[in-house]
Design a protein around this ligand. Structure first.
Ligand SMILES: [Zn+2]
Length: 173
């Protein structure tokens, strides 16, 4: 495939525009000098490198965009999350030990949300739910990006509880 290029008479410096590299030496119309137009390298290594770098950067930007989009979608679906922090114990007036679940509810969105109730589930060794308790966390509204701590004492005794999970009502996580 031909593409227009320039060549210069190396004697009188007259410049000519030609369609691609000729197979034979060219003769200058001004001075009669003949010269061989050098064949240009097909691709320059640094161009290949820059092209590869651009492709890589584009791929990275695309991946980041996809991750960001997934994150946005995930936050939109579940703007609030409940996290368990420390689990401690307390002993009631009858000398029975109970787990105390400390955690927080985080509003990951950029909007104000009403705080739903929390469901604390306790599981036995075999994975069965031994207890499911609903309670209301302290805040009723959570500002964008804000969080509220909660503390909840399980009504079931420590014995027999293997695992504890906290989830938000309304299907939140
Ligand atoms: Zn010439």
């Amino acid at each position: 495939m031909n593409h227009r290029m320039k060549t210069t008479c190396d004697f009188c410096k007259t410049e000519y525009t030609i369609d691609g590299v000729p197979n034979a030496p060219v003769k200058c119309a001004v001075c009669g000098n003949t010269w061989v137009v050098p064949r240009a390298p097909r691709t320059r290594p640094w161009l290949v490198f820059i092209a590869a770098l651009c492709a890589l950067l584009a791929a990275i930007v695309f991946a980041v965009a996809v991750i960001a989009q997934n994150k946005i979608t995930e936050i939109r679906e579940n703007p609030l999350i409940a996290e368990i922090g420390e689990i401690t114990t307390m002993t009631d007036e009858n000398g029975i030990m109970h787990f105390v679940v400390n955690g927080r509810i985080v509003n990951r969105s950029d909007q104000i949300y009403g705080v739903p109730g929390l469901i604390v589930e306790s599981y036995e060794h075999d994975g069965d739910v031994v207890d499911r308790q609903h309670f209301m966390p302290p805040a009723t509204l959570l500002d964008a990006g804000a969080s509220v701590d909660f503390t909840h004492v399980l009504s079931v005794p420590v014995a027999g509880v293997e695992k504890i999970s906290v989830k938000l009502e309304n299907g939140g996580k």
